[in-house]
Ligand binder design. Structure first.
Ligand code: CO
Length: 370
């Protein structure tokens, strides 16, 4: 599907839902949601750049003048209101709102829209009620098309290749940041657009902190090292975690590693349409519980992934959403031993009629490195 057809279809789907729930306007800032609906996005900044989607009629880009050519180049959306540096964007926005469409109904704003912008909208539309737009894009974005899955797969391939490369060379003596830089350089030189998030290298006792990023600690013999990283291809993310051992693993590490690997496998094996998100979490958690690691698995089993690294569906107890073909999410069980080490294995899986398929496939067997 070309971009123009895709953008038209996605905006129309959103408008159908807006009509159903009597929303007057959808407002998106620079975000993955904007990219999904228009083909364009950038890092959010202080200059107001919005997409306004009325319940009926054409969507409108509200853009600073210096952005106009760039947005027109990237997106087939044709309706623009342009404001210039030196103008008060709030005033220009007020005027644009009077023309964008019939605004009776709730104003839906993206959760990540800057508060400053929301305040301007609330002042301009004092009679409207405001609500989060989180629920309107998520159902669409959760079900990936074949083209989207292909991009997830390509992003995964680059992550796989980076792991193979860095584990062929010694890592003992590198700092966590140096190892992170190697992984990132690998993916970028092989064709990734960018990293999907700041690469996480957690060595030794830092491995017991699931969101330790990467620091100046030098990797030593005997360390257990978690690598958690990914890249983007055409906006779509990969996310993989592998745990490597520097030298001979202790029996405790071997046992824990095996438990995590089994939990990952159990979660993957339980993927099929009609199973709920929490069932996948329970499958992984059940294995770790049976093996005595219940209180070591201190986070959910996974998160949806697409244009955002973390998006619905979340693979967590309490999420009863039923899996459908095209849904993509990570499975990432881990165990954490404070002051000692951590182990996590993560791959992104996509639901198909026949079960799950993995976007990263590099070995999950224990890798002993130097
Ligand atoms: Co993840």
């Amino acid at each position: 599907m070309n971009l123009e057809t895709q953008v038209k279809a996605r905006i129309e789907s959103v408008q159908v839902e807006m009509n159903r729930i009597r929303a007057g306007l959808l407002v998106l800032g620079l975000s993955s949601g904007m990219r999904y609906l228009t083909g364009f996005t950038d890092e959010p900044g202080e200059r107001m750049l919005l997409l306004l989607v009325p319940r009926e009629g054409d969507a409108l880009f509200f853009v600073p003048q210096l952005y106009e050519p760039q947005v027109r180049d990237a997106s087939p959306v044709e309706r623009f209101t342009v404001w210039r540096d030196g103008e008060d964007p709030a005033l220009v926005l007020r005027h644009a709102l009077t023309k964008v469409g019939d605004l009776r109904g709730t104003i839906l704003v993206e959760p990540t829209l800057w508060a400053e912008c929301l305040l301007i909208l609330q002042q301009a539309l004092p009679d409207n009620s405001f609500a989060s737009a989180a629920g309107i894009l998520a159902p669409l974005r959760m079900r990936k098309s074949a083209e989207e899955v292909e991009l997830l797969r390509r992003a995964g391939e680059l992550a796989d290749a980076a792991f193979v490369q860095v584990t062929q060379e010694p890592i003992v003596g590198l700092t966590e940041l140096q190892l992170a830089a190697k992984l990132e350089a690998n993916m970028l030189s092989a064709g990734a657009d960018s990293v999907a998030f700041n690469t996480l290298v957690a060595s030794g006792a830092f491995g017991a902190m699931p969101h330790h990023r990467a620091g100046q600690r030098k990797i030593e013999w005997g360390d257990v090292v978690i690598l958690d990283y990914g890249c983007k291809v055409d906006g779509y993310c990969s996310d993989i975690s592998r745990t490597v051992i520097c030298g001979e693993p202790t029996p405790a590490v071997v046992k824990a590693y095996d438990a995590v690997k089994r939990a990952h496998q159990a979660a993957f094996d339980s993927i099929r349409p009609g199973v709920s998100a929490q069932d996948i979490d329970r499958a992984a958690r059940g294995v770790l519980k049976n093996l005595g690691y219940d209180n070591r698995f201190i986070h959910r089993t996974g998160h949806g992934i697409g244009l955002d690294v973390h998006e619905p569906p979340y693979i967590i107890e309490g999420n009863g959403i039923f899996l459908e073909p095209g849904m993509a999410f990570s499975i990432e069980p881990g165990v954490y031993f404070p002051d000692q080490f951590g182990i996590r294995l993560e791959d992104v899986a996509v639901v198909t009629e026949l079960g799950g398929i993995l976007m990263t496939t590099v070995t999950r067997d224990m890798q002993v490195v130097g």
